[in-house]
Design a protein around this ligand. Sequence first.
Ligand code: KIV
Length: 278
Amino acid sequence: MSVASRGQRVTVPELRDRKGGEPIVVLTAYTAPQAKILDPHVDVLLVGDSLGMVVYGLESTLGVTLETMIAHGAAVRRGSEHACVIVDMPFASYQESPAQAYRNAARTMADTGCAGVKLEGGVEMAPTIEFLVKRSIPVMGHVGLMPQSVHAYGGFRVQGRGEEDGRAIVEDARAVADAGAFSMVVEGVIEPVAGEITDLVPVPTIGIGASPRCDGQVLVTEDLAGLFSDFTPRFVRRYADLGSALGDAAAAYAQDVRTRRFPGSEHCFGVPKRARLA
Ligand code: KIV
């Protein structure tokens, strides 16, 4: 019996045990209605700090606050009943020290009801991941292209192209797994590096722009649905064009309002029944 049909949420240990098995399906979600639509189809709803760009119109994820993540995390938890909900730790909410990370991750879990947190970083974040995991906070790691480091990279760039860079990302992944992360996002790395990491670490790798050699895949829902058009990374496959559909709906509504075809009598209160049928 599948986890969905059992009517229970996917758990962190179940995800960890999926290493090398059926690919893990992850989508981002930021609101309760969005979570409700996606929930039956995915294993994980990731409340990503990408919401800073695709919902709030920021240029990067750096301006996202913990309060924002908690508000959206709680909404996604309320809107879902099957998927495991993981919430991103935003920039500057965990990098300072393991104690700071614990304080903010614990608050995120308590206030949202999520099953774990995700944070970016490799070798340098391993002690923090270990600190959290030892205190019962499940951590999803994130290696390769780490959007919170966009200014250090000088732009969003595929990582691991050079021999030395590739080696460093593999070492990051090893350190994150050794520290106890239950899975890790591998973003924007060349296929051989993604494959080497997936073969090396004992926990599932969730790829985004990292080839099918990962144990699962994640996409930003707005990208997949055509709701974000500022830029579309090459690794995105667009499964729908809801942006155009929404634009068409808005145009039809505007036309109806301007020509007084909306609202109709069926939308009005206090109109006699006969008049309504007319
Ligand atoms: O913030 C986010 O949505 C993410 C995913 C793209 C992995 O980190």
